[in-house]
Design a protein around this ligand. Structure first.
Ligand SMILES: [Zn+2]
Length: 440
């Protein structure tokens, strides 16, 4: 069955530096908005009103008298803002996660409805809003209603913005405005929406396991492993960075005291950025390739749900912290790219709880043991995992793939056994589960 769903995302566009007068006007508008918001929150909480309409009705007269020049639609949006904050505050309180008596108003962005700026043009005729500036760059004009009348804010659209529009994303109502005092600019948050059809009638089930060195995906019939080599890449770059640190620092009296020279700072920043770019580029390309393949196979994709599980797991294993942190960040990034790509291609994605998926036997559910191989009188850990109960064995990453699929299907025990012969010289450890690697 084909299902239509709506995807949404938010894109930020920054303005050019604005004149001091415009900044002042926007600042005053935000101040007034903040005030209305806190009045609206007070009113809603005292009178137990959650709906934005009820809140608005309750505060309208008072605000109108206090700010006669302010466009009345700011009262509408502040009431909506308050209603959202009250609802989320109540639900946090229910879950015991609210630590204050009333919702705190710390970060205020100006909520804009379709009357408070030229929304219609954004929605239906965005091409008309562009003009070419002196440097030949396209500028997008937002006309904002303020107590001082409409002011024009020139926005700088980036490449990504045009790309997203070309991909069929539609601009939605509900813009938000943030003032950046440091550089005298504003940021506009633009909600986008896209309708896509998802194939719920999949012909194959695929699961995917991510780690820094490999991305493993497949099912019981067929497993693919792509070398990601992010671990190696990071190692290479951290060596480069250590060299920079060494070469470009002032030699202090104490060994630890080596302040970095300016040149060193610049180089460190440059290589740090380069590493990040290479990593992200690599992850995006892999996500694209895999999503395409899944679409061709009419597959549903099962991935681990990273939202709750990861943090506690990382905290436990504080050794190798950096690698874990990097794994965490990269896994989240990659799985997000992949989820978005899959959705774009209409491939259904299901997230399942990954707890124990890498250490339980996909065949019988018992704990797997890591195998070791004898080399030069030293036992080296192998990637193979072995089950002493049912003699199942498979590569560590494949185990996770099998288990994710089983968790998705809600079935245990079933799995084909691995047919590969175990390599000569393999040592079967007597301990069922090796918590600490005895051969660091
Ligand atoms: Zn087993």
């Amino acid at each position: 069955m084909l299902k239509t769903i709506k995807l949404s995302k938010t894109m930020a566009l920054k303005s050019k530096p604005l004149t001091r007068t415009k900044i002042k006007i926007i600042e005053n508008t935000i101040e007034a908005y903040k005030e209305i918001l806190s009045i609206a929150l007070d009113f809603g909480l005292k009178n137990k009103r959650k709906s934005h309409r009820k809140i608005r009705e309750g505060i309208y007269e008072e605000i109108k008298n206090k700010y006669p020049k302010l466009p009345t639609h700011y009262i509408y949006t502040a009431s909506q803002d308050a209603s959202t904050r009250i609802k989320s505050f109540i639900s946090m309180k229910k879950r015991g996660k609210a630590y204050t008596e009333t919702p705190e108003v710390r970060n205020v962005s100006l909520w804009l409805d379709d009357i408070l700026f030229n929304y219609k043009d954004f929605k239906t005729n965005i091409e008309k809003l562009f003009s070419i500036d002196k440097e030949g760059k396209k500028t997008l004009h937002l006309r904002l209603s303020t107590p001082n009348g409409r002011i024009v804010i020139p926005l700088k659209p980036h490449k990504q913005f045009f790309k997203v529009l070309n991909e069929g994303w539609k601009i939605k109502a509900g813009f938000k405005l943030i003032l950046n005092k440091e550089d005298g600019t504003i940021t506009i948050l633009i909600p986008l929406e896209k309708e896509i059809t998802i194939n719920d009638d999949y012909k194959a089930v695929y699961a995917l396991d991510f780690n820094l060195d490999n991305i493993t995906y497949g099912n019981f019939e067929n497993i693919e492993m792509i070398k990601a080599d992010l671990g190696k890449l990071t190692e290479k770059y951290s060596n480069i960075m250590a060299n920079i640190q060494e070469k470009f620092s002032f030699k202090g009296i104490h060994k630890q005291e080596k302040p970095l020279k300016r040149k060193g700072f610049i180089l460190l920043k440059k290589f740090g950025r380069r590493l990040k770019n290479i990593r992200e580029d690599k992850l995006k390309k892999l996500a694209n390739k895999i999503a395409k393949e899944l679409k061709e196979k009419d597959a549903v994709l099962i991935i681990e749900d990273l939202s709750s599980y990861f943090n506690q797991n990382i905290a436990k294993k504080s050794f190798k912290k950096l690698k874990h942190k990097l794994h965490n960040i990269s896994a989240k990034k990659f799985l997000n790219y992949l989820k978005n790509k899959c959705l774009e291609f209409g491939v259904k994605v299901v997230e399942v709880n990954p707890a124990y998926t890498s250490i339980l036997c996909p065949n019988c559910g018992n704990r797997l043991s890591q195998l070791y191989k004898l080399a030069d009188e030293r036992a080296l850990p192998l990637r193979l995992m072995y089950c002493f109960d049912c003699e199942f064995y498979a590569d560590r990453d494949a185990v996770a793939v099998f288990n994710l699929i089983k968790r998705f299907m809600g079935l245990y025990p079933f799995s084909p056994k691995s047919n590969e012969p175990i390599a000569e010289g393999t040592v079967f450890p007597m301990k069922l589960w090796v918590e600490d690697n005895p051969f660091p």
